[in-house]
Design a protein around this ligand. Sequence first.
Ligand code: AHR
Length: 598
Amino acid sequence: ITVRVGAAMSDSAPDLWGLFIEDLNDALDGGLNAELVRNGDFEFDPSERDDFHHLTAWATEGAVAVRTAFPLHPNNRHYASLTGPAAIANGGWHGIRARAGERLRLTLFARAAAPTRLAVALGAGLAGTELDVEPGGWRYLEADLTTVAAGCGELRIAVPAGADVDLDAISLRPLGDNGEPLIFRPDLLDALGALSPSFVRFPGGCLAHGYGLANIYHWKDTIGPRWRRAQTRNIWGYHQSRQIGYGEYFELCEAVGATAIPIVAAGVCCQNSPGGQHAIAESQMDEYLQDVLDLIEYANGGIETRWGAKRAEHGHPEPYGLRYLGVGNEDEITDDFRDRYARIEDAVRRAHPEITVIGTSGPCTTGPDFEAGWEYARERGVAMVDEHGYQSPRWLHQNLDRYAGYDPEGPKVYLGEYAGCSSTVRSALAEAAYMIGLERNPAVVRLASYAPLLARVGHSQWTPDLIYFTADEVRLSASYFVQRAFGSERGERVHAVELEGAEPWTRPVPESGEAHVCSPRATVAFSDVVVDGRPVSDKVTTPGSDGVGLGAIDPTAADIEFTAVRSEGGDGFSLRLGPDDPLSSVKFAFCMGGNRNS
Ligand code: AHR
């Protein structure tokens, strides 16, 4: 074929490709967070998960109790109390691994009734030291360790016979070249940097609006000294130490050369949270609005401002240059949402017209909820709308021209989460094709980020993910290489292109149909499957590429419902109609966490 490149039609969207990061799949603690001690603050709580307790990840020897009297900080109430001879040993995430000659900084707070010497050992002789605790209140202690060999073991802290010592905020971090403890795990940071992102969106996803009102992510809880941060349960079923909080997210943006896109809750928590109030109470809304404005001041204010001064106190006097702010994530467009969103957006527009506020198109990629999200955005003149789309490779190929149909005069699009639904080359190629569709519509699509970004192998709540990792290894998906190619080889202008010798592309009319579910845990209902005007429930098969957990199906029922559990890396579940069944219509729905999508 001959490819003729015509005149440039427009410039590309300058910030188009970026990163979506969420504490999901152990992405942060046990992942990007360089911390080697798990539950160093003793704040894991059974209310977060049945198998959690304040000594999760710790082994104990002798008399060890968890106490809360006169804590280190009201946000860090629990500590370990040892009556010697006794010891506690932390296993990190499946062991604490160290390279030979690695330098590590140990920090902790200790409180003792009398002068006491603590014995610290890493693994079986990998490294060790002693720490002297003076009596009185809580004492901050630190020591640098150098490992004599490579290995994996526990960090053990022992208290001698007769001594009473309280311990809290125990941390062990590798030292960087500048002799300072690392914030981010270097190999993962390198993998993120190599994507050449224009922006980093944080802290989610669903994590931003939280599971219940008490679980909304409040940025002020996550800044300043780590041991003072408010830790909480993670919407994905584990614990958030918040050691990577807003300050670290801004640092991450700088480290990878990207601009920040914080997402704040739109004054409502996730609609799928259990019953009760889903919107921040009227009496607390003024404070919440102020928190949002304070965030902008923390990012951009001069050091003479209250929150700019805080940023300087946290080690960053220069402003971060915030340009975007996301408000809401996949929220259902209820009256409460409209009311809270409008007030937040109005307040930001008034005080900071220089900030682009990004709204949300609601929980779906298509369907009535999605339409409601867009209608509201158009009504209000929202500058940009965050759309999400996890789809099958087939869907991506069939919707390459999706954004050509959008009104270039309407709100712009931030495709905040998207992925083909399997960790396969087929998905990666479909994503690449779809990304070209994003790239060639710069009047509509301004920003896009693949999701989710990071997953610790064996600890994922969502698949597929862009980057998998173990304690020692980073495993890049096929999709990663697509993202890297687009991120590092940026198109600057969009040109008209003519192909000679190629058949013009037309949307294929399928002779066989396929509806595809990509939720890792979904209750799936196929209903009203009609071929040539007659119901064909008997034609429904549910192969699922990995064939697991499909449950019992009555193939003669008019509506078929079953619960499907997909294993990691699977290709989702499919409803397939053979080539002999000319497809006239399929109604297809799935529910996840009580949220109906179609
Ligand atoms: O990326 C995983 C989740 O998918 C996000 O938290 C949420 O926004 C979406 O449903």
